[in-house]
Each structure stands twice: as structure tokens, then as C-alpha cells.
Design a protein around this ligand. Structure first.
Ligand code: SF4
Length: 338
């Protein structure tokens, strides 16, 4: 079994040494890098590059002024390993069929683009899995550079669904990110993704309208539930209500599957009241509960990013059991008073 080079903090790395890659605890277990008990193994290898981020998103453990641990992102810890060992471990896990995608989360810092390109190139050379890179970009050339060394997809995270929330929670300009995202979606069709976080203060109507626009632009959407993380500025915030999150998940699913459009839905004060379909039709569309699984790139299941293993389960990281699916659909219909 391979051992982590460092326990958790890159700061003890000798001067001039190759930067380490952080690997989520669950990914490290699937890759055989570090043992951990898993009841829901990740099917994507989640990797993090870089030190503390120069950006200052209020929800993020890696934010510039966050007091969260340096090896944390969302609810997950990320021990550090050597890039070579990690690449070999991913190749072996891909061959076993245990890992079907790799995703680099890149913190913003001097040299982070060069580091990301080198990392993508190193992993792509070994091959075996499609590679996503979630990174702050300032122009199309930076996206092109990542795609040209082997990334399948580049993610420009909007996170917040409205310009006002973006300004308050992330700082910077939502419009600027939006313009870049739109241009990128046009230049690199199908190769651009974004992240949306439900529960930052937006309404269901705002988030789902945005989701529909993004899907029409062929932008892939990773949906997250806001998770208060100790040490961050929003540590005392509230996760979204589960019923509201289910309405958003179901709405996103109906849009993605082409089963409905936002214009057919009824909202009251931004809350979704009616999908413009009978309860029976909704139950058929949502049968099996796929809508309540983690939404994102193919094979991205992000176990326990947003929830404790004891629940409540915002994003199911695996297929739902029949009784789970029935319960979630009943809960959704109840929240719509059907
Ligand atoms: S949806 Fe998942 S795999 Fe895709 S960029 Fe986001 S975290 Fe990575």
C-alpha cells in the first residue's frame, strides 16, 4: 500500500520539491493510498491543487481568510500525496473499474494555471479516465490550454445564482464570470461546466431559471447544497431545507431530461408550487429516484460533501433503494400538496 508523503500540510514540503496533490479521503481509500471505511465509495477521484486560495468565498474552507484546516474542502479532508503515486494509483483504479473520472479542484494562487496544466498533462498521459478541472479562469486561452493538454471539461463555478449573492458571498463580478462562461460554452460546446450552490439565499425560481439557461447553453451543472463549514465566514449559516432542495433537484432533473420547462411551472414568492403536471405524472417521471442522486459530470458522486453519513442525504452518492426513492417522491409530492 502506498503511504502519504505528508500527513496533511504541504507547508513542511522541502524547498524546491514537487508540489503535492491533495486527494479527498474517500478517493485516497479507493485509490489504495490510505485506508478508510467507506459505505459509499467515490467513483470520481477528487484531487485538490494549490495552497490557500487568494479568493475569499464566504462558504469555502480554502478561502483566503478562512480559519478552516488547510486540508479541508467542504466537509471533506484532503491528505497530500506525491503526484506520481497518485497518477499510478488512478490508472490502476481505472483499470479495475473503481474510478471512472478524475476532477482537479484548483485553488487560485500565483502559478496555479501552470500547475494545473502540468497536473492534467501528467494524468492524461497515463490515460484511463476523463479529467475535469474546476478553476478560476480569466480568458478563453486559459481554458484552451487546459483542454489541449488533456482535460475533457473545464468548470467555471458560478456557485451563487444571482449577481447580488455573488457580490456578497464571493466578491467580484457575477456578470464577468457569466460573460466568460457564455463565451466558453460557445467556443467549447459540451466541454464547460459550472457549480451552483442551493441555499445561499436565492429562491428556487432564480436557481432553476438559471439552470435552464445554462442547460440550453450545453453547460453541465454540478448542484451542491450549501453546507456550513466551521472556520468559514458562513459557519453559522443554515443548510437549505430538505424539501426545498428536493424541489430543486427534481426541477433540474426534469429540465435535463427534457421532460418540462420552467415556464410551465408555478412559483409563489420564488418557491416552486407546481411543476404543471399531475402527481401521477411526476411520480412516473421521478420513479427510481435518479433525480435525487448527486448531479454533476457523469460518474461524479461526491459522497458526503454536503451531508453527514447519518443524514439527511441531500445528494445520494449511489442508486436509491426502492423504498428510499418512494419516500423521496412522496416527500416531494407532499411539499407540493399533491
Ligand atoms: S460536477 Fe463533479 S466532476 Fe464535474 S467539475 Fe464538479 S466536482 Fe468535478
Amino acid at each position: 500500500m502506498l503511504r502519504p508523503v505528508l500527513d496533511s500540510d504541504n507547508s513542511v514540503l522541502p524547498a524546491g520539491a514537487e508540489p503535492l496533490w491533495r486527494v479527498s479521503t474517500g478517493s485516497a481509500a479507493v485509490l489504495g493510498l490510505r485506508p478508510a471505511a467507506l459505505d459509499a465509495p467515490p467513483t470520481t477521484a477528487y484531487l485538490m491543487l494549490g495552497e490557500r486560495c487568494s479568493a475569499d468565498c464566504a462558504f469555502c474552507a480554502q478561502a483566503r481568510t478562512s480559519d478552516a484546516r488547510a486540508d479541508q474542502l467542504s466537509r471533506v479532508n484532503w491528505p497530500a500525496f506525491s503526484p506520481d503515486e497518485t497518477v499510478q494509483a488512478i490508472a490502476a483504479a481505472a483499470e479495475r473499474g473503481d474510478i471512472r473520472r478524475a476532477c482537479f479542484q484548483v485553488t487560485q494562487s500565483p502559478g496555479s494555471h501552470r500547475m494545473a496544466q502540468q497536473a492534467v498533462a501528467a494524468l492524461a498521459q497515463v490515460g484511463g479516465v476523463p479529467i475535469c478541472v474546476s478553476i478560476g479562469v480569466s480568458d478563453l486561452q486559459e481554458i484552451e490550454a487546459l483542454l489541449s493538454v488533456g482535460a475533457q471539461r473545464v468548470t467555471i463555478a458560478l456557485d451563487a445564482a444571482t449577481p447580488e449573492l455573488h457580490a456578497r458571498i464571493k466578491g467580484g463580478s457575477w456578470e464577468r464570470s457569466w460573460r466568460l462562461l457564455r463565451a466558453a460554452a460557445g467556443h467549447f460546446p459540451g466541454q464547460i461546466a459550472t457549480h451552483l450552490i442551493a441555499g445561499l439565499g436565492e429562491t428556487e425560481e432564480e436557481l432553476l431559471n438559471l439552470a435552464q439557461t445554462l442547460l440550453r447553453m450545453r453547460v453541465h451543472i454540478g448542484l451542491f447544497a450549501f453546507t456550513p463549514v466551521p472556520g468559514t465566514h458562513l459557519a453559522d449559516g443554515q443548510a437549505p431545507g430538505l424539501e426545498s432542495y428536493r424541489r430543486v433537484q427534481a426541477g433540474l432533473w426534469l429540465l435535463k431530461e427534457g421532460l418540462s420547462v420552467v415556464d410551465a411551472w408555478l412559483f409563489s414568492g420564488g418557491r416552486l408550487m407546481d411543476y404543471g403536471a399531475t402527481g401521477d405524472a411526476l411520480a412516473v417521471w421521478l420513479a427510481g429516484g435518479e433525480a435525487f442522486r448527486t448531479a454533476g459530470c457523469l460518474d461524479c458522486n461526491r459522497p458526503y460533501y454536503n451531508e453527514r453519513p447519518s443524514g439527511p442525504m441531500y445528494n445520494y452518492p449511489r442508486p436509491l433503494m426502492a423504498q428510499e426513492a418512494d419516500r423521496e417522491i412522496a416527500c416531494l409530492l407532499h411539499s407540493l400538496e399533491m
